[in-house]
Design a protein. Structure first.
Length: 258
């Protein structure tokens, strides 16, 4: 195994394995979430599309690693792993904080496109990058506040959060992710030349419709906004089938990319 292969395997999980994939849906989970949140999508994609998920430090098989609290080194590492992997046609999708990470990775892949083969960017459930963070300050990130925050979004059941072991694993990662979000600043740069597809939940308590619609300012070409029933985690419920079909459609039909 080469150093590049090891680095790619550490950052990018693939499930299910495909013998001869022709395209890739590359997903970035949100704050406090693991790659496993996208595992159900494997039953929703065609047999020749591989679902690849960014495995962030501090969770899953990388549980013992220190979470990264600053955007630039994180986005640099993910972009490098994408370049070193197979050059499949790729739609990059990020949810919540993952939307910001995906946006910054897309910027890097557009600037240096070798072997990235990125054809579209999809983002969901986060305000546009130029609008700032979710606004939780370090002194506010107490265990009680973090648990209430997660419960308010419907991402993890209250009974799970009352489990001391789950809290022990989840809260440090969530605190680091919120610090990443809090310190992120969207630097001025050219608008994305990639098609930009934005998705929002109608009843998301964390982000407003104008904040979702403001992603339009980052689009240098095609911009499309689609709303789904549900809240912050609309993509894990009944909306998953329609959302995945939409993303796969971007891989299939050039007319939908433009």
């Amino acid at each position: 195994m080469t150093a590049a292969t090891a680095r790619t395997g550490r950052w990018l999980l693939r499930f299910p394995p495909r013998a001869t994939p022709t395209a890739r849906l590359l997903c970035v989970p949100g704050a406090g979430c693991t790659a496993a949140m996208f595992h159900p999508w494997t039953t929703l994609v065609p047999d020749d599309v591989v679902v690849s998920v960014v495995q962030l430090p501090g969770r899953g098989a990388r549980l013992r690693e220190t979470p990264i609290e600053r955007m630039n080194p994180l986005a640099d590492a993910v972009a490098a792993a994408v370049r070193e992997g197979p050059g499949l046609p790729t739609v990059l999708f990020g949810h919540s904080l993952g939307a910001l990470i995906a946006f910054e990775v897309a910027r890097r892949l557009v600037a240096r496109p070798e072997n990235g083969n990125l054809i579209a960017l999809g983002v969901a459930a986060h305000k546009a990058p130029q609008l700032g963070s979710a606004g939780i300050e370090p002194e506010e990130a107490t265990p009680e506040r973090l648990v209430s925050f997660v419960e308010s979004l419907g991402g993890t059941s209250g009974s799970a959060l009352r489990d001391p072991e789950i809290r022990r694993m989840l809260l440090p990662v969530l605190r680091a992710d919120l610090e990443l979000d809090r310190t992120y600043r969207c630097l001025a740069g050219p608008a994305l030349t990639l098609p930009l597809h934005v998705y929002g939940g109608r009843t998301d308590p964390l982000v407003t419709e104008p904040e979702i619609e403001a992603w339009r300012d980052q689009a240098g070409g095609t911009f499309r906004l689609r709303w789904f029933p549900g809240g912050h985690f609309f993509l894990t419920g009944t909306g998953a089938t329609a959302l995945v079909a939409d993303l796969v459609g971007l891989l299939r039909a050039p007319s939908l990319r433009n």
